[in-house]
Design a protein around this ligand. Structure first.
Ligand SMILES: NC(=O)c1ccc[n+]([C@@H]2O[C@H](COP(=O)([O-])OP(=O)(O)OC[C@H]3O[C@@H](n4cnc5c(N)ncnc54)[C@H](O)[C@@H]3O)[C@@H](O)[C@H]2O)c1
Length: 414
């Protein structure tokens, strides 16, 4: 049952900065658009252009804007926000969104701000109590951002901590899928002679064997990397420490690639034989373990390629250091290293659509019901709550930063 007082409170939270509220032009827009959903309330949902260096994704696709507008919500897009992902302003207008000239306008008018990357300092200064922020945050290593979000009072729901029934992270998985599928593609480029590589073709040719690819870690990234590398004709082996995971991969993918237990022996052997090694391990909440030492590089084939997808958690090769799309590859002891920390940025359009598909149902629930009821109805969305009204509500972040936390339901007044 909807708590009417809470729903009412949602509409008294935060300043109403113009006349587009539920009883203003928005209501008539909803009528005009023949809304298809049945939201309990309508909301102004804002999406600014991403300003972090080399970030071309956008938080709301025209498809998501159409769904939200069709349910009567007022979708506000900063002019040019979708350009990097190939979505012009006109596509948003055709979807029923309004295009605003500046980020200031979007932040000032939106009851919920939907983004991709964590808010940058200039964006954090625009957030306010009563406003919802729905985006990637990664607060644990970021005390400055955490302090600013708490100071603003914003209700911040982090993509990366929303959960699902099977214990997965549904708003992280699409980016792991993108990075995993991209890894053999960039690795194949790195293997080309002109790029410093060994000059080996992934699929070989009749009479010449294929490249050997070792994938360390068989989770979302590793499985997708193995699928693409084997599709390119390479000889692929996936290493993992989890036998249930290896069984699952074997059941699902059968003959497409082999699996091996990730003992030191097996890892050393496969790394030494490989033309390409893809690092795809994750220990949740911890830095990636260093599984290949600098000394081991001397056992590898000269010009072999390392693609360390786990670089965003510190990388699983001792010699890994983060690189950018501008200058993605460097060489250590004759081995080429590709260590881009935001790989999905290279394929911003695919990544935007993949992220939008995953975030849209949550965004619509937040808009339709208000955050309290949406989170109250769905513990997996509640798991995304990181800050509310100056309280930190995510225990792991509190532990990492030494800040006291409040239970999410308590902070929400439930
Ligand atoms: N660089 C990028 O742009 C980018 C993008 C997306 C994800 N990532 C990163 O890729 C990594 C993998 O993400 P994921 O979504 O596949 O995680 P996941 O949890 O789905 O899979 C990780 C796998 O690693 C295995 N593992 C853990 N320790 C191991 C070890 N010592 N040896 C072998 N296997 C081990 C686990 O059993 C698990 O199967 C993470 O660090 C993630 O942050 C990076």
């Amino acid at each position: 049952m909807e708590d009417v007082s809470l729903a009412a409170e949602r509409f008294t939270e935060g300043p109403v900065s113009d006349a587009t509220g539920p009883s203003g032009p928005l209501a008539s827009f909803a009528k005009r658009s023949g809304k298809v959903g049945n939201p309990e309330k309508t909301m102004r949902i804002g999406c600014p252009r991403e300003i972090k260096n080399q970030e071309y994704r956008v938080g709301i696709t025209p498809a998501a804007a159409r769904e939200a507008a069709g349910r009567g919500h007022d979708v506000l897009i900063e002019s040019g926000a979708g350009a990097g992902a190939g979505f012009p302003d006109a596509a948003y207008e055709a979807a029923g969104a309004r295009v605003l000239a500046t980020a200031e306008d979007v932040f000032a008018q939106a009851e919920m701000v939907v983004k991709v990357k964590e808010p940058q300092p200039v964006e954090r200064a625009r957030l306010r109590e009563g406003q919802i922020l729905f985006t990637y945050l990664h607060l644990a290593p970021d005390p400055d951002q955490t302090r600013d979000l708490l100071g603003s009072g914003v209700t911040a729901i982090a993509y990366e901590t929303v959960t699902d029934r099977s214990g997965g992270l549904p708003l992280l998985a699409p980016m792991s899928e993108v990075a995993g599928r991209l890894a053999p593609q960039v690795g194949a480029w790195t293997l080309q002679k002109a790029n410093g590589g060994r000059g080996v073709l992934m699929g070989g040719v009749p009479g010449v064997g294929p490249a050997k690819v070792a994938v360390i870690g068989g989770g979302v990234v590793g499985a997708q990397a193995a699928v693409i590398a084997s599709g390119m004709g390479a000889d692929v082996t996936v290493l993992d420490l989890s036998l249930p995971r290896l069984r699952h991969l074997d059941d699902v993918f059968g003959e497409r690639f082999r699996t091996r237990y990730a003992s030191k022996d097996n890892t050393e052997e496969l790394v030494a034989e490989a033309d390409m090694v893809i690092g795809a391990v994750l220990i949740p909440g911890a830095a990636a373990p260093k599984l290949v030492s600098r000394a081991q590089l001397s056992t590898m084939k000269p010009g072999a390629a390392i693609v360390d997808v786990a670089i965003d958690q510190g990388g699983c090769f001792e010699t890994s250091k983060p690189t950018t799309h501008d200058d993605p590859v460097y060489e250590v002891d004759g081995i080429m290293h590709y260590c881009v920390a935001n790989m999905p940025g290279a394929v911003a359009r695919t990544a935007t659509i993949a992220l939008g598909n995953a975030t849209m149902p949550f965004m619509l629930a937040l808009a339709d019901k208000g955050w309290r009821k949406a989170c109250g109805d769905d513990p997996h969305l509640m798991a995304g709550l990181n800050t509310h009204a100056g309280h930190l509500t995510y225990a792991a972040v509190g532990k990492a930063l030494g800040i006291e936390t409040v239970e999410p339901r308590e902070a929400a007044g439930m």
